[in-house]
Design a protein around this ligand. Structure first.
Ligand code: C2E
Ligand code: CA
Ligand code: CA
Length: 615
């Protein structure tokens, strides 16, 4: 037989099955089988005095002998057990007699002398007279020690609930504590906060100083957080470089932000660890209040994660409270990302994506405006989401790393279709393509473009790549190299949305840029605000001096047009000429003589020249 507490019930069953009934139960001569049972056995008479104990129950033979005929009081005295801890046994003994049934219970014996507590599993079984099998003549106690199991459980619990490196409570402990507090917060109505704290750039530390120093640094971060909170607050290390803090009984929302501010300030001040100085750590924190923002653990965690994500996105080294608004947006965003991903995975671009082309027009003379090119603009029509604006889905595609695949499709499709169209109309046109920062950074973008040129036989100089200043902002070596290689291929580079970034001039000199597209926000007020007018004027001047081509975006009215050409800007893109149209419509526009006169009369009776409705 294997000793195992959980098998005790089964053993008992076998026992009562196999044992011949204890005859008269005089029991002066206890059955061998009891003595050798691999568990503790004691037999009491009905008054609760010991008739028999086996050598597992009492190891010391002298003690076991002196116990016979005595009660548990003596048992407690002999073994140094507090009598209080035998109360439960006493009650269950009485129950066994009264209810006439087997009773199981656990027992916690306290040894004051050793200040030790031991745990047991116990079973009381009535023993019946062999005469009628009904009359109880004695009570048998079986038992097994649970101490080692409970000890192991306690140790396990410590291991399970604590983080080895920092010694702080861990993620599981966080969840458990949170559950507990959520229940309590129902009662005491206080305001509590969860702060989710994430080191922004810990990876760099690992790379810069190595794992060992990084580990020390992490400990130091933990300690700094700890010293920023009150004694009654709690801290948990819930992941590699993530900490959770629970602030309790706050008077005001403001208290949470004050603590967050302090943590951020403390954590981001320099570290000096084993002769390494680390002075570039920053921390972002998401905050959720409870019970206000939710009474469910999963909801709270989801919400505080949203807040953190947002804090990281908008402004690192800062904190952000959760708000309903945030989730709505995030849910929508998530839905879009899911949809986008499935298109990309299924390679199902053709079904949902459409490329429109917006003409770019040049003023050749007072009367003649000619289409010199077009910009490819992506449209997404999704059956669940409707038509989504690229201003919305392009950033999502960028953040979720889907932009490169989607962008590849746009590049190939637009260039191929454009090439076919120009062969039909036989007019010199250029095609402008928008490239996102991620695409620009990818090491194989040049190779991809090269391949498309080869496959489509398009003239490289007919291709313009539009980049925003922000995509150039990250002036990594790869970006510069890519730009130079692209220029070598013969393509032209345009800076898109010129003027809204903050370092435009620098980029004009640093990168092989040949075209400037003035952002439409400047054009919008060009005829209303003198300041905007002057600004546009100086951009045009600057461009001319640097020998760049200039295209004005968002030209919507004759007033815009007038101001622009009096300032010697002759290339335009905007609703005044045409909204983005299909390739076929573009072909029609290009094939017809596109005079300004025609434009004017067309505007009166064609919807093509009405501003596009945005969603
Ligand atoms: P963008 O590159 O600045 O494109 C010009 C935007 O101005 C287009 O918006 C166009 O429809 C709009 N527009 C043109 N004329 C006028 C006008 O007269 N008035 C006004 N108010 N707006 C005008 P759209 O098509 O919604 O595209 C928005 C942005 O999405 C684009 O801004 C571009 O940054 C991005 N985008 C579009 N397609 C792609 C693409 O294939 N790849 C990448 N990476 N980005 C794209
Ligand atoms: Ca553009
Ligand atoms: Ca633009």
């Amino acid at each position: 037989m294997k000793e195992e507490s959980s098998g005790l019930g089964q053993k008992l069953k076998n026992l009562s099955h196999n044992l011949p009934r204890l005859k008269e139960l005089a029991l002066q001569d206890p059955y061998e089988v009891y003595s050798n049972l691999p568990m503790e056995v004691a037999i009491y008479d009905l008054q609760g005095n010991y008739n028999f104990v086996n050598n597992r129950y009492i190891v010391d033979e002298k003690i076991s002998r002196s116990l016979i005929g005595k009660s548990d009081e003596e048992f407690a005295r002999l073994l140094g057990i507090s009598t209080d801890s035998l109360q439960k046994r006493k009650q269950n003994f009485q129950r066994t007699l009264q209810e006439n049934k087997v009773i199981q219970f656990t027992e916690k014996l306290y040894f004051p002398g050793k200040n030790q507590t031991l745990y047991y599993k116990r079973i009381f079984q009535p023993l019946y007279s062999s005469r009628n099998n009904q009359e109880i003549v004695a009570v048998c106690l079986y038992g097994n020690s649970l101490t080692s199991i409970i000890q192991a459980q306690k140790e396990l619990k410590y291991l399970v609930y604590h983080d080895k490196l920092t010694g702080f409570a861990n993620r599981d402990a966080f969840f458990e504590r949170l559950d507990q507090m959520i229940v309590e917060s129902d009662r005491d109505q206080g305001m509590n906060a969860i702060l989710l704290c994430d080191i922004d750039n810990f990876k760099i530390v690992n790379e810069a100083v190595g794992q060992k120093v990084a580990d020390f640094c992490l400990k130091e971060v933990a300690n700094r957080i700890l010293s920023s909170i009150r004694k009654s607050d709690l801290i948990f290390r819930i992941g590699g470089d993530d900490f959770a803090v629970i602030l309790r009984n706050l008077n005001h929302e403001y208290d949470a932000s004050r603590v967050a501010e302090k943590i951020i300030k403390d954590v981001s001040s320099p570290y000096s660890i084993m002769e390494n100085t680390i002075n570039y750590l920053t921390m972002s924190i998401g905050i959720v209040l409870f019970p206000r923002d939710g009474q469910d653990r999963d909801v709270l965690i989801q919400r505080v994660s949203f807040a953190l994500k947002n804090a990281k996105k908008t402004n690192r080294n800062d904190f952000q409270f959760f708000s309903e608004d945030l989730t709505e947006k995030s849910v929508k965003r998530l839905e879009m990302e899911k949809n986008l991903r499935s298109v990309v995975q299924d390679n199902g671009y053709d079904k949902q994506f459409e490329i429109l082309y917006q003409p770019i027009v040049e003023k050749k003379s007072d009367r003649q405006y000619t289409i010199i090119g077009c910009e490819a603009l992506l449209r997404w029509h999704n059956s669940d989401l409707g038509t989504v604006s690229p201003d919305i889905f392009i950033p999502i595609a960028e953040e979720s790393d889907l932009i490169c695949q989607l962008g590849d499709w746009v590049l190939y499709k637009a260039i191929k279709d454009f090439k076919a169209m120009t062969e039909r109309v036989k007019k010199p046109l250029h095609l402008s393509l928008n490239l996102s920062a991620k695409q620009m950074k990818s090491p194989d973008i040049v190779h991809k473009i090269e391949k498309i040129i080869k496959n489509t036989q398009v003239q490289p100089s007919d291709l313009h790549l539009e980049l925003t200043e922000t995509s150039l902002l990250d002036e990594g070596l790869q970006v510069i190299r890519n730009l130079e290689d692209i220029e070598k291929l013969g393509l032209k580079i345009a800076i898109d949305d010129f003027g809204v970034g903050f370092a435009s001039l620098k980029y004009l000199q640093k990168f092989p840029v040949s075209i400037i597209k003035i952002d439409r926000s400047f054009i919008k007020h060009i005829n209303l605000s003198n300041e905007h007018k002057k600004l546009v004027e100086s951009i045009i001047l600057l461009g001319k001096n640097l020998n760049k081509d200039i295209i004005a975006e968002g030209v919507e009215s004759l007033e815009h047009l007038y101001v622009l050409y009096t300032q010697k800007c002759y290339k335009y893109q905007g609703y005044l000429f045409s909204k983005p149209v299909t390739l076929q419509e573009l072909e029609n526009l290009v094939s017809g003589e596109y005079h300004f006169q025609t434009l004017m009369s067309s505007m009166a009776n064609s919807s093509r020249f009405q501003p596009e409705h945005h969603h």
